[in-house]
Design a protein around this ligand. Structure first.
Ligand code: KG4
Ligand code: ZN
Length: 365
């Protein structure tokens, strides 16, 4: 079966086509089934939003409108398929920016109606989690052992999600204020580094002194699995103000202060990682999980990937998976995977569903 998926929840317009060879049929669960990625296209708007220092929803929506149909055409051509080869359509209906989501939803609804294909609404966060199921462009789905725990870290979310199986998701902890990706973006702004902050901070942090600035590890010892990153961001602002004052008597930092920027990036990144890893390991122990997963844009962070892998290694008999790098940030392939697992559980539900599906910007897992 071939599934076409669309994602427009924030500032990436994305279309993917995934083929699944379901050997054992729906009753056999997800094991033994193989996949092949036929197309996975992302049209990023980063260069447009960069000059505003963040995503401007109205601008994002207009760009989605311009991009979506050409991208769809390109994906079908690349996959060498036409509408008659597509069995079902998956689309993200939330959470995300309402103006952006609407473009993907309305496109998918129209296709579903005109092509007469089932339409599967997909939760963006579930899609980030299920991105862990595939590795490379084809092969068997990865075998996740349950219960599993996923640390979801993106621009809008920081949560620990417990999976009883591929259908039962429960949030056991989440951020009380800023998401960690948001903190990366805001800290980059404080340091004058541009948008999006995550990749820039990660690059500057490489091989820099992560001990130079003493930053807090918020809520690291709280007994729950919640997070908080807003105080850490404020601590960076305060420390950075002191640094600027002592370096230049308050004036802007010059070339010789590049080292200080790198140290601040490394110190901040390590503070985030310490909290994320420590809470994930505590939750993994508490819930006796058999697999730990990562998901979301911040899981592109190489240090986080490395340090989480090491920490999970110390737990006995716990598997660790992380999404392929290009599947960490927003993409439609993860949506196709999530759509497939929803669809195979009850195909009938999604027939003529286009009339019932609505955008849910504040959708909760
Ligand atoms: O999942 P995503 O593409 O969009 C949302 O659903 O929010 O995540 C985007 C976030 C941004 O905040 C970005 O700064 C962050 O992921 N990010 C990173 C890295 N790459 C992207 N954060 C830390 N390190 C990275 N290498
Ligand atoms: Zn996302």
């Amino acid at each position: 079966m071939k599934i076409l998926a669309i994602e427009t929840s924030c500032d990436e317009t994305a279309v993917a086509i995934l083929e699944i060879f379901a050997k054992g049929g729906p009753a056999s669960g997800w094991k033994g089934q193989t996949f092949k990625v036929l197309a996975n296209l992302v049209s990023s708007q980063i260069n447009i939003h960069k000059k505003y220092g963040g995503v401007v929803p109205e601008v994002a929506a207009r760009k989605h409108l311009e991009n979506i149909l050409p991208l769809l055409e390109k994906a079908l051509a690349q996959a060498k398929v036409t509408q008659k080869d597509i069995e079902a359509i998956g689309v993200v209906y939330g959470p995300g920016l309402i103006t952006s989501l609407i473009v993907g939803i309305e496109t998918a609804k129209t296709l579903s109606l005109v092509w007469q294909k089932p339409l599967i609404p997909v939760d963006h966060i579930k899609a980030h989690i299920l991105a862990n199921l595939i590795e490379g462009n084809q092969g068997e789905f990865r075998k996740i052992l349950f219960p599993a725990l996923c640390l979801v870290v993106s621009g809008g979310h920081t949560s620990l999600v417990l999976l009883k199986d591929l259908k039962k998701f429960k949030t056991i902890g989440q951020t009380r204020d800023d998401a960690v990706g948001e903190a990366f973006d805001k800290v980059a702004k404080i340091l004058g580094l541009g948008y999006p902050g995550g990749p820039i901070i990660a690059e500057k942090a490489a091989n820099a002194d992560k001990e130079k600035f003493k930053l807090p590890r918020p809520m690291i010892n709280s007994r729950d699995f919640d997070f908080s990153f807003s105080g850490l961001k404020t601590a960076v602002r305060t420390e950075w103000g002191k640094e600027r004052f002592s370096a230049r008597g308050g004036s802007a930092l010059g070339g010789r202060d590049k080292e200080a920027i790198r140290s601040m990036c490394a110190s901040f990144q390590q503070a985030c990682i310490d909290v994320l890893v420590s809470k994930t390991i505590a939750a993994a122990k508490n819930y006796n999980v058999k697999t730990v997963l990562l998901g979301g844009g911040v899981s592109a962070n190489k240090e986080l990937r490395k340090q989480m892998a090491l920490a999970v290694k110390d737990l006995t008999k716990v598997k660790f998976f992380q999404p392929d790098l290009h599947l960490t940030t927003d993409n439609a392939l993860m949506v196709a995977i999530a759509a497939y697992f929803e669809y195979k559980e009850g195909k009938g539900k999604f027939k003529n569903a286009w009339g019932r599906i609505k955008v849910e910007p504040n959708l909760e897992l």
